[in-house]
Design a binder for this molecule. Structure first.
Ligand SMILES: C[S@@+](CC[C@H](N)C(=O)[O-])C[C@H]1O[C@@H](n2cnc3c(N)ncnc32)[C@H](O)[C@@H]1O
Length: 206
């Protein structure tokens, strides 16, 4: 899917996004989000910040910048930041080629972004994150993949047309495979929810 159409999709669904996702957010994602931010401090990029669902989990004192393709999603994130009393630095930007300087962040996180990025964008996006995170800094991702369990996989397969239509996302991205290809060091790769939502922690080589 072209990134123009991804942007248009999120411009359209921003108003409904939190309602659309509420039961998944409450039951499935919210317990996983703190894992991503555990021990992270300094300057952190939240790539594909969306409506700001990660915000409650930013550690106090962390200097977070959130970027997203969609202005409407950023508007929701801004409102969430205000409600939470967080000073949010939000910008409309494409993660595949950002305006950030080399090595400017101590870490980057992305939750459910790489399952929206096209397969061909996985590698260049990891390269861009590697460029803007300092050597020794971590890149932490939370992403859906297809389960190996036949029944779960079948249910995901049934869901996939809706997931593609609603979010422009897929369960078939092979983000972990691109980590070493992008010259990053894989620190951790493990499932946080069944064998469907994976935590990937990679380090930028020193
Ligand atoms: C499925 S939502 C996840 C939002 C949020 N991270 C969360 O955990 O709820 C994916 C988000 O990534 C954004 N996005 C998609 N492609 C992007 C790109 N190339 N650059 C920046 N943001 C992008 C979308 O606009 C959307 O807000």
């Amino acid at each position: 899917m072209r990134h123009g159409s991804i942007r248009a999709k999120y411009e359209r669904i921003a108003r409904f996004y939190d309602r659309l996702d509420r039961s998944f957010e409450t039951k499935r994602y919210r317990p996983l989000r703190p894992v991503l931010f555990a021990g992270l401090n300094g300057a952190v990029l939240d790539a594909g910040v969306g409506t700001g669902c990660n915000m409650p989990f930013y550690a106090p004192g962390t200097w977070v910048v959130g970027i997203d393709l969609s202005r409407a999603m950023l508007g929701r994130a801004k409102a969430k930041a205000a409600a939470l009393g967080i000073v949010a630095r939000l910008a409309q930007m494409d993660i595949r080629h950002t305006a950030f300087a080399d090595s400017g962040f101590d870490a980057a996180v992305a939750t459910f972004l790489f399952c929206v990025l096209a397969p061909d964008d996985q590698h260049p996006t990891l390269l861009e994150l590697k460029r803007i995170v300092r050597p020794g800094g971590e890149i932490r991702l939370l992403e859906y993949v297809y389960s190996r369990h036949p029944v779960r996989r079948f249910v995901q397969w049934l869901w996939s047309p809706w997931v593609r239509f609603a979010y422009g996302a897929g369960f078939d991205r092979e983000t972990a495979r691109h980590v070493s290809e992008a010259g990053l060091i894989m620190i951790e790769e493990r499932f946080l929810f069944r064998d469907m939502i994976k935590l990937i922690v990679a380090r930028v080589p020193v």
